[in-house]
Write a protein that binds this ligand. Sequence first.
Ligand code: FES
Length: 188
Amino acid sequence: MATSTGNPDANQIAGDDGVRRRDFIEIAAVSAAGVGGLVVVMPLISQMSPSADVLAESTTELDIGALETGQAVKAVFRKQPVFVRRLTAAEMEAAEAVDADSLRDPQTLADRTQVGHEDVLVVMGVCTHLGCVPLGAAEGENKGEFGGYFCPCHGSHYDTAARIRKGPAPSNLLVPEYTITDTLLVIG
Ligand code: FES
């Protein structure tokens, strides 16, 4: 499902054997300054450091057609990790069972997903405390007390909707701007 490109960030995380584990896939992401600029921009990015302007406008594209329930993808968006997970029914139910108003950063699962794709959770893999990369995307990693993500740096626990539930992080894992068209996820 992955398309390897000249993007060095993408290639750093690209798996060499596709689906390595049942619920975790590392794939290469296409990152470019706009979809239309893909062919032209990529060689430039591979030869020189992108300017701040180019970086700010870049997008990450993932084909999530093969992403099965309970599987996660770890990709790179603007040089930062991003986690894409197709939630299980139990994970969605757990998230929806919580009174959002009781949360430190009140958001429902619906607030954090898109209509028609409520099972696809796209979040930055950057703890909102001091910026560590939380655990939980890969099989066997500690998902914390609420079954989502866990940041061991200072003990922040995120739930299945990646909302902060315990620990020092002030807010939920950030949901970047993204669109889903058929099976194509475009972040940015
Ligand atoms: S950076 Fe994540 S808990 Fe401190």
